[in-house]
Design a protein around this ligand. Structure first.
Ligand code: 5GP
Length: 200
């Protein structure tokens, strides 16, 4: 019997808020054709310029809860007072079609996906120093000082998780960090499929 078609690889890009994950994912998809970036659902209000179904699926709290209840999320988490989740069906369909999938999610979600999909690759994105992280969040100008303090407390905790990831990318320079990510994703694509006993 012929073996099943090769499944796509699942890459999880995570790390503290303000590390530049979003920018790196945009650069990465511009450089590597054929990657599919999952569109998450969230209860957060859209920011100026954000489009429903493109940046996020914007849901009310009760719509989100209904999807949790029906088991539609591969993972979901509360991040700074809003709920975020990855829709399971879209991700599983792409992987089954052999498409490589990118999730850009917080570390709580990253752990939930890793627990279910042992072959996923976890990539941790961080800045050189935590001071730089605070400076970037401040520069975005979207948060009050109080909110920035909350994010920094979360970030301190998230930085302790770095050792549980497969790769760490320091976003000191967008173009250099993108090169590193591109190299990493290409080398995973060239790997032989793991035997079951090599998983984990
Ligand atoms: P933002 O509101 O700035 O777009 O995202 C806030 C945080 O939520 C970021 O750290 C982002 O990675 C994370 N996030 C976005 N989508 C998801 C998701 O589907 N699941 C989880 N767990 N986190 C997400």
């Amino acid at each position: 019997m012929p073996g099943p078609m090769r499944e796509g690889h699942l890459f999880i890009i995570s790390g503290p808020s303000g590390a530049g994950k979003g920018t790196l994912v945009r650069e990465l998809t511009a450089r590597v054709p054929g990657l599919w970036v999952s569109v998450s659902a969230t209860t957060r209000t859209p920011r100026a310029g954000e489009r429903d179904g493109v940046d996020y699926f914007f849901l009310t709290a009760s719509e989100f809860e209904a999807r949790v209840h029906h088991g539609e999320f591969l993972e979901h988490a509360e991040v700074h007072g809003n709920r975020y989740g990855t829709l399971r069906s879209a991700v599983e369909r792409r992987l089954a079609q052999g498409v490589d999938v990118i999730l850009e999610i917080d570390p709580q979600g990253a752990r939930q996906v890793r627990d279910q999909m042992k072959r996923s690759r976890l990539i941790f994105v961080k800045t050189v120093t935590t001071e730089e992280l605070a400076a970037r969040i401040r520069k975005r100008g979207a948060e009050t000082e109080e909110q920035i303090r909350t994010r920094m407390v979360t970030a301190e905790h998230e930085l302790t998780l770095e050792g549980t990831y497969d790769y760490v990318v320091i976003n000191d320079d967008v173009s250099r960090a993108t090169d590193e990510l591109v190299g990493m994703i290409r080398s995973v694509g060239e790997e032989q499929p793991a035997r079951p006993d090599e998983e984990g």
